[in-house]
Design a protein around this ligand. Structure first.
Ligand SMILES: NC(=O)c1ccc[n+]([C@@H]2O[C@H](COP(=O)([O-])OP(=O)(O)OC[C@H]3O[C@@H](n4cnc5c(N)ncnc54)[C@H](O)[C@@H]3O)[C@@H](O)[C@H]2O)c1
Ligand SMILES: [Mg+2]
Ligand SMILES: [Mg+2]
Ligand SMILES: [Mg+2]
Ligand SMILES: [Zn+2]
Length: 437
C-alpha cells in the first residue's frame, strides 16, 4: 500500500469511528483527503452517516465537503443516513447542499429602497370609502385635488425645473364641476394628503385626492382647462418622467382605473355592475348572482404578482440579464414572469428562470417589491443563485440572455439611472451602449 493510500485509509477509519479530533488534524495537514473515496466509492462523510457520528459529520461539513457525491450504489451521504435510521444526520445534510451558494446572496439587512411608483404621499383611508356624506363634503371642498385621466393616461404638463420632467395637473373642484356630474366620468377616491393630515387632525382640514377618468374627447377638455396641459401619450417610458411623489399616486390611480376598464361586467355571471366604495368595488346588478353571496375577490381591483429576479452565477462574480424581442436595441434586464396559481414565489423564480434561460436555480431570496401600473402588476424583486450555468434561451419570449460581470453592469448603471430619471436621451443612451459594450 502506498503512503497516500495508507493516509486515506486512516482518514476513512477515523470517520467510521467518529473521531473528530483525528479528522480535524488530518485535514489541517492534507485537505485533499476531504472528498476522496475508498472501497465501493465511500467518502468519509458517508462513513460518518453510516455509523451515526453527527459531530464528525459536522467537522467534515464545516471543512466544505461535497454532499452531492454518490457511492457505487448511487447513494449520497444523506441516503446512507436515512437508510441506517440516522434522521438527525439526514437533516443536517439536507440543510447543507447549497449552503455555500446561499452565502453568495447579499445581506437582507438593508433599508427599504426608494423606488419609482412606490412612494405613498396619501393615506388611503379605506374606512371612508363607504362614507357618502364625508366624500361629498371632500368633493365640494376648494382644497381637494382632482387628477384627470383619459384612456388610462394622466393629464400632465411639462416640469418647470427640468425639461424632461413632467408634472401631474392638480385640478380644483371648480374646474371639474361638469365632469363630476357627467355619467361618462368614473371617480376613484385616492386618499388624503399625509403631510396635511399631520398638521391638522380636524376632518374638514384634510386634503382629499380623487382620480377622474373621462370618456369625453380630451381636445375640448384641454382647451378649456389649461392649454399647456396634455394627456401623456405612452405609459412607458412616459410615466418614468414623473417625480417620485406623482408616480406613487399614478401607480394607485392607473391600476384601479385599468381594472374598471377591463372588468365592466360581472366576472361570475356576465351581468351589469355598479361602482361602489368610492371606486374600489364593482357589485353585480343581477339578482341571485353567486358573487352577491359572501365576499368575492372578483368584486375588487385585481393585482397580478410577478417575480423579477437577478440570477447570480455560482462564481459570485457575474449575473444573468436577458432581452425580450420587444425591448429597444441594446437593452438587457432581469428576467421576470407571472406567478402562477398554486405556486410560491421561490417556485415561480425557479420555473421562470428555467423556462426562459434553461438555467437551474438553487437558493432564492426576496429583496423588495414595486408597484407596476401597466396595467396592475406587483413586481416582487428577488436574488437567486444558479446551480447550472449553460444558457439556452426559450426563443419565444427571450431573444438573448448572457452572464455579465459586475464591472459591465456598473458601467451601465449610470444609463439605468438616466432612464429612471426620465432622461430625454433615453433612446439614444439605450441604443448606444449595451451591458456588453
Ligand atoms: N424585466 C422585465 O421583463 C420586466 C420589468 C418590469 C416589469 N415587467 C412586467 O412584468 C410582467 C410579466 O413579465 P413577463 O412578460 O416576462 O411574464 P412571463 O415571463 O410570465 O411571460 C408573459 C406571458 O405569459 C402569459 N401570461 C401568464 N400569466 C399572465 C397574466 N396574468 N397576465 C398576462 N400574461 C400572462 C402570456 O402569454 C404572456 O405573454 C410584464 O407584464 C411586464 O410589464 C417586466
Ligand atoms: Mg418573462
Ligand atoms: Mg416567462
Ligand atoms: Mg410565465
Ligand atoms: Zn354577477
Amino acid at each position: 500500500m502506498s503512503v497516500r493510500d495508507e493516509l486515506l485509509q486512516r482518514f476513512l477509519d477515523a470517520a467510521s469511528r467518529g473521531d473528530e479530533e483525528a479528522l480535524s488534524l488530518m485535514l489541517s495537514q492534507s485537505r485533499e483527503l476531504l472528498d476522496q473515496r475508498g472501497e465501493q466509492g465511500w467518502s468519509a462523510l458517508m462513513l460518518t452517516a453510516r455509523n451515526g457520528h453527527y459531530d464528525a459529520a459536522r467537522v467534515l461539513l464545516s471543512n466544505g465537503c461535497d454532499t452531492s457525491v454518490t457511492n457505487r450504489s448511487g447513494q449520497t451521504a444523506r441516503d446512507v443516513a436515512l437508510f441506517w435510521g440516522h434522521r438527525h444526520i439526514a437533516r443536517l445534510l439536507t440543510s447543507s447542499p447549497g449552503h455555500h451558494l446561499r452565502q453568495l446572496l447579499p445581506s437582507t439587512d438593508t433599508e427599504e429602497p426608494d423606488i419609482h411608483f412606490n412612494r405613498e404621499i396619501l393615506d388611503r383611508m379605506s374606512d371612508r370609502r363607504s362614507d357618502g356624506e364625508w366624500l361629498a363634503s371632500r368633493r365640494a371642498s376648494p382644497e381637494t385635488v382632482f387628477l384627470l385621466f383619459h384612456a388610462l393616461s394622466p393629464l400632465v404638463r411639462s416640469g418647470a425645473e427640468r425639461e424632461e420632467q413632467i408634472k401631474l395637473c392638480k385640478l380644483r373642484s371648480a374646474a371639474v364641476q361638469e365632469l363630476l356630474t357627467s355619467s361618462r366620468t368614473l371617480e376613484v377616491f385616492l386618499g388624503v394628503d399625509k403631510q396635511q393630515q399631520q398638521q391638522d387632525d380636524d376632518d374638514d382640514g384634510m386634503v382629499a385626492w380623487f382620480a377622474l377618468s373621462t370618456e369625453d374627447d380630451p381636445t375640448q377638455l384641454l382647451k378649456d382647462k389649461d392649454p399647456s396641459s396634455f394627456f401623456l401619450q405612452e405609459a412607458m417610458p412616459g410615466l418614468l418622467r414623473l417625480s417620485d411623489d406623482d408616480a406613487g399616486v399614478v401607480a394607485q390611480a392607473r391600476s384601479v382605473l385599468a381594472w374598471h376598464s377591463r372588468y365592466r361586467f360581472c366576472p361570475t355571471c356576465g351581468g351589469d355592475t355598479k361602482v361602489e366604495e368610492a371606486g374600489y368595488k364593482r357589485t353585480c346588478l343581477r339578482a341571485g348572482c353567486r358573487s352577491l353571496q359572501g365576499v368575492h375577490n372578483t368584486c375588487y381591483p385585481r393585482v397580478d404578482p410577478v417575480v423579477i429576479m437577478l440570477v447570480l452565477h455560482p462564481d459570485g462574480k457575474q449575473c444573468m440579464l436577458g432581452r425580450k424581442k420587444i425591448f429597444p436595441p441594446g437593452m438587457f434586464s432581469c428576467l421576470a414572469g407571472f406567478v402562477e396559481p398554486g405556486e410560491t414565489l421561490e417556485a415561480a423564480v425557479r420555473r421562470e428562470v428555467q423556462e426562459e434561460s434553461g438555467v437551474q436555480v438553487g437558493p432564492v431570496q426576496y429583496l423588495s417589491s414595486q408597484a407596476w401600473p401597466m396595467p396592475s402588476c406587483l413586481m416582487i424583486g428577488c436574488h437567486c443563485v444558479a446551480v447550472t450555468t449553460d444558457i439556452k434561451v426559450d426563443q419565444n419570449e427571450i431573444e438573448e440572455a448572457r452572464w455579465f460581470t459586475r464591472q459591465q453592469v456598473c458601467r451601465n448603471a449610470a444609463l439605468h439611472q438616466c432612464l429612471s430619471n426620465g432622461c430625454s436621451a433615453v433612446n439614444g443612451c439605450r441604443q448606444n451602449e449595451s451591458p456588453n459594450s
